[in-house]
Design a protein around this ligand. Structure first.
Ligand SMILES: [Cu+2]
Length: 110
C-alpha cells in the first residue's frame, strides 16, 4: 500500500512538472542583418521567461545584456535558449556584442 501511494504521488508530481514546463512563457527573438527583430520584447515582472534566439545571419553573434547579466554566443543559422528573469519592472537593454552599431534591443518588464 505504501509503495502504491508513493507511485501515485510520483505520477502526480511528474504531471505537475510537465504542466509547469509547458506553461513557461516563451518569446522568440530573431537576429537578421545584424539587427534584432523585434527590437522591443515585453515580459511580465517576477516571471522566468524562455528566450529563443535565432540567428539567421551567416556570421556568429553574441547575445549580451549587462542590465540583466546574460552573455551567450549564437552560431550562424542556429537557435539558442536563454532563460531571463524573474526581474523587477523596468527597461533592460540588450545588444549583439559583435555588431553593437546595429544590434540593439530593449526588454520591457511590466
Ligand atoms: Cu560578450
Amino acid at each position: 500500500m505504501k509503495f502504491w501511494l508513493s507511485v501515485v504521488a510520483g505520477l502526480g508530481f511528474a504531471m505537475i512538472a510537465t504542466v509547469t514546463i509547458a506553461a513557461r512563457p516563451t518569446i522568440s527573438l530573431v537576429i537578421e542583418n545584424h539587427r534584432f527583430q523585434p527590437t522591443e520584447l515585453r515580459i511580465p515582472a517576477a516571471t522566468k521567461v524562455l528566450l529563443l534566439i535565432e540567428n539567421r545571419d551567416s556570421t556568429p553573434e553574441e547575445f549580451e545584456s549587462t542590465d540583466f547579466n546574460r552573455e551567450k554566443i549564437v552560431m550562424p543559422k542556429s537557435t539558442i535558449k536563454v532563460f531571463v528573469g524573474p526581474l523587477d519592472k523596468g527597461r533592460y537593454k540588450f545588444f549583439g556584442e559583435f555588431h553593437q552599431d546595429t544590434a540593439q534591443g530593449v526588454l520591457i518588464v511590466e
